[in-house]
Design a binder for this molecule. Structure first.
Ligand code: NAI
Ligand code: MG
Length: 356
């Protein structure tokens, strides 16, 4: 029996609702498959803990996570706690502490889900966005001086290193190479940002020489938003900086129907540390506790987790179950249905059980 240790961190808002759904689907897969076991430990870190103790996680939090094979993460964010505290108090220290430098965000239109783009259906939009996840605009380099004074300054410095850019380009080219179209778009803003972004472009061109079978092009980020909307078929694998990809992948999620279906994986490709799997969406306090959070993004990221662990058959089985349930019209309100989180979850578990 293959065994994996999973750290579940449901955290805030709808995080606990979708992680519970995800764990239920994973259990159904374990039972169906019979040859692997997930040993899940749940951590109560998040905004409740912050209100109680003044910190989102214990000081040795990352150390506690080190021994796990993967981290299954819900969302952070609460109406009464500033977002920079929830984000920097839990999610970013894990991503950065474990050097999860590749953030991988697959997007496609699932059967039964309508894209807001007219005439665009399953097959027309099938992308993977690779986000640089360790530096760039979110390197945490900056400061504030003369607080509250008219001469107050705030800086937020984007850091690009040759090592950081090279490794994300290699990851993106390799991923593009593994997909049927072998097509990569490198997003940039080197017309306005003359230093880090010009280096980004140069390194992309250097790394491209290692992958002669990958077709690639370069696109300014503003023009990229237009291309994603007007010509989604022209894109396949996409690589962008931390901030640019953060924004583009929310757009991608919306174009694929809802943020509620968009997954993400924070990967340490060298496997020195556990990687972290989460839905893209946040804690969605407008729908927390209503039982209508879409669990599909969490199922999809659970499939990414299984893939990463090497359980590729179970990952594919989970995605087939999700696609069947979506095609059957068992959908939560964000994608136009009337089903609850539980309805969708039960249907997915049933599809897993019934599949031959
Ligand atoms: P959000 O992603 O939480 O919600 C945006 C909209 O999408 C809301 O209308 C919400 O109801 C809907 N939505 C999101 N996930 C859904 C799901 N699974 N099913 C159905 N509808 C869904 O983003 P928002 O409102 O900007 O932020 C709320 C909080 O979440 C903030 O504190 C923010 O900082 C935090 N956040 C945390 C993230 C993370 O933990 N990775 C990512 C994004 C935001
Ligand atoms: Mg985001």
């Amino acid at each position: 029996m293959r065994q994996y240790r999973i750290a579940a961190i449901p955290a805030d808002g709808i995080g606990p609702e979708v992680i519970a759904a995800g764990l239920q689907a994973l259990e159904a897969l374990e039972r169906r498959d019979g040859s692997f076991r997930l040993d899940v430990t749940t951590f109560d870190w998040g905004s409740d803990r912050y209100r109680r103790t003044g910190s989102m996680m214990p000081e040795d939090g990352p150390e506690q996570l080190r021994a796990f094979d993967a981290i299954f993460f819900g969302a952070v964010g609460a109406p009464d706690v500033p977002d920079h505290i929830t984000l920097w108090g839990l999610r970013l220290p894990i991503c950065q502490g474990f050097d999860q430098y590749a953030n991988v965000r697959p997007t496609r239109i699932l059967p039964g889900i309508r894209s807001p783009l007219a005439g665009v259906g399953p097959g027309d939009l099938d992308w993977v966005i690779v986000r640089e996840n360790s530096e760039g605009e979110y390197s945490g380099h900056g400061g504030r001086a003369h607080r509250g004074m008219p001469e107050e300054v705030g800086t937020e410095v984007a850091i690009f290193t040759r090592t950081g850019v090279t490794r994300i380009m290699r990851y993106a080219f390799r991923l593009a190479q593994s997909r049927p179209r072998k097509l990569l778009t490198v997003v940039t803003k080197s017309n306005a940002q003359r230093f880090g972004m010009v280096m980004w472009d140069e390194i992309a061109a250097e790394v491209a020489r290692e992958f002669p079978d990958v077709t690639w092009d370069k696109m300014l980020v503003d023009a990229m938003t237009v291309r994603m909307v007007k010509n989604p078929q022209s894109l396949d694998t996409i690589v962008a900086t931390n901030l640019q990809a953060d924004i583009l992948s929310d757009l991608a999620g919306a174009l694929a129907g809802s943020l509620g279906v968009a997954p993400t994986a924070n990967i340490d490709p060298e496997r020195r540390y556990p990687s972290m799997f989460e839905p893209i969406h946040g804690s969605a306090f407008d729908i927390t506790g209503k039982g209508i959070a879409n669990p599909v993004a969490t199922f999809w990221t659970a499939a990414q987790m299984l893939d990463h662990l090497g359980e590729t058959a179970a990952a594919a089985r989970l995605m087939r179950a999700v696609e069947k349930v979506c095609a059957d019209g068992i959908l939560t309100p964000d994608v136009g249905g009337t089903a609850t989180t539980r309805d969708v979850t039960d249907a997915v578990c049933e599809a897993i059980r019934m599949e031959n």
